[in-house]
Design a protein around this ligand. Structure first.
Ligand code: GLY
Ligand code: MN
Ligand code: MN
Length: 439
């Protein structure tokens, strides 16, 4: 049985067409050892096949609609690196109409691209070698004009179909994403219950990732960010090497990957279990912003409107706290909020943590649709280092706020009735966090 996604992709393809979708290549970590293999997201979405050195050829109007090129079974290789599906497995377990070993792809390419009007192939997405192979083949066929060869006249990026499909999640995908979210949420709860002054950031990282693996996730969906104190003000801090100090906040941005689907959660909590007055002021402002953005999520809301709303809430709050000075409207026009809120409100989430799909159509921000999954993750970051504040920004920051970084991030599914928060299992209300940590 082929995946429903592949059937839908075939329906959306041009009738007289063929698609060539290669797997991800293996990536060398150093010398002769590789990173753990991670399949190309589009390839995985269509086939579910998780081996390298594979190519899917999809031709909706041919008798053999779905052909796979895969690594052959190989006893010696399988002793070292494990099971391979081989051509039999590609047909039996992945629904291919036929399968060949990958070494025969080059000789079959001429046949594959001879005839269809449209070729779906994403140049620049896999390897230059693969791109060159396709280019050479087409060029050769165009030159051979005294033979009855018909190379495709149009080349289309398959992501124009695939990535639009990936934006809207199916019920099966939502179930997997809920599981990815639950595992990560529970890990964050564990972190809240476990941490104490004196621990190292990497211990928290190890604890989270152990929890992910223990509960069936393949690992993290991105490198975990565990930033204590001023490290929380570095947006993509991944060194995770410092000690947790009494009186500081800890920012944890960590998500699990479950059966190919990502979750992405950030929580910020006090290392000693109790927010200081100043920390609480910043925290409650970010939380108010985050919750009112989640409230706004419904079909039709434009993603840019959510961002604008987050800027308004945070800017007004920052004026009240003395982080910004002046009229909020003018501060927003001058983008002064960017001193403390410098990233986007969120992103699509799915097989990729920053998932595929367009955010704009004809320059217009896209309205939310039922079945989209996205993150809502506002934050405020007040660097402890005041020596490098650019001209035009506030240099007179209340000392009590220096070194505070807060981000709160949930994953939400757009439904008819508004947002369903997939990551609801981990508290974000400051009192609830304190109560949990006191246990
Ligand atoms: N951890 C990456 C992100 O939140 O987008
Ligand atoms: Mn995110
Ligand atoms: Mn995140």
């Amino acid at each position: 049985m082929i995946k429903p996604q592949l059937a839908e992709f075939m329906r959306r393809m041009d009738k007289d067409s063929v698609a060539i979708i290669p797997a991800a290549r293996e990536a060398v970590r150093s010398h002769d050892t590789n990173y753990r293999y991670r399949q190309n997201s589009d390839f995985f979405y269509l086939t579910g096949f998780e081996e390298p050195e594979a190519i899917a050829v999809i031709a909706p109007s041919k008798e053999k609609k779905f052909t796979m090129f895969v690594r052959p079974r190989d006893l010696d290789q399988e002793i070292w690196y494990g099971y391979r599906a081989g051509v039999e497995g590609a047909v039996r377990d992945y629904g291919a109409d036929e399968a060949f070993t990958i070494d025969t792809f080059d000789e079959k390419l001429a046949e594959i691209v001879d005839g269809p009007e449209v070729l779906y192939y994403a140049f620049g997405h896999t390897t230059p070698e693969m791109d060159q192979k396709i280019i050479r083949q087409l060029a050769q066929m165009r030159e051979t004009n005294r033979k009855p060869l018909e190379p495709p006249r149009t080349i289309v990026d398959p992501s124009s179909i695939l990535h639009e499909m990936r934006v809207i999640k199916s019920a099966e995908e939502i179930d997997l994403m809920q599981r990815a979210a639950d595992i990560a949420a529970e890990a964050h709860v564990e972190a809240m219950k476990t941490i104490h002054p004196g621990m190292m950031e990497y211990e928290v990282e190890a604890m989270l990732e152990a929890y992910f693996r223990k509960h069936g996730a393949s690992g993290s969906s991105y490198t975990s960010i565990v930033g204590a104190g001023g490290n929380a003000t570095v947006l993509h801090y991944i060194d995770n090497k410092d000690q947790l100090k009494d009186g500081d906040l800890l920012l944890v941005d960590a998500g699990a990957e479950y059966k190919g689907y990502a979750s992405d959660i950030t929580r910020t909590f006090p290392i000693n279990g109790k927010f200081s007055q100043a920390q609480r002021e910043i925290y409650d402002l970010v939380l108010k912003c985050q919750m009112s953005c989640v409230d706004m999520v419904r079909p039709g809301v434009r993603l840019e409107d959510l961002k604008t709303h987050s800027i308004e809430v945070l800017t007004e709050g920052m004026v009240e706290l003395g982080l910004l000075k002046g009229d909020p409207k003018r501060l927003i026009e001058g983008k002064k909020y960017m001193q403390f809120y410098m990233h986007n409100l969120g992103h699509y989430l799915g097989i990729d943590v920053h998932d595929a799909g367009r955010y704009y159509f004809n320059g217009e921000s896209r309205p939310a649709e039922v079945g989209m999954v996205m993150t809502i993750e506002p934050g405020l970051y007040i660097s402890p280092d005041t020596s490098r504040i650019p001209e035009g920004f506030n240099k007179d920051i209340p000392a009590k706020y220096l070194g505070i970084g807060v981000r709160i991030e949930d994953d939400v599914l757009v439904t008819e009735n508004g947002a369903r928060v997939l990551t609801h299992k981990v508290p974000k209300d400051a009192d609830e966090i304190e109560a949990l940590m006191a246990k």
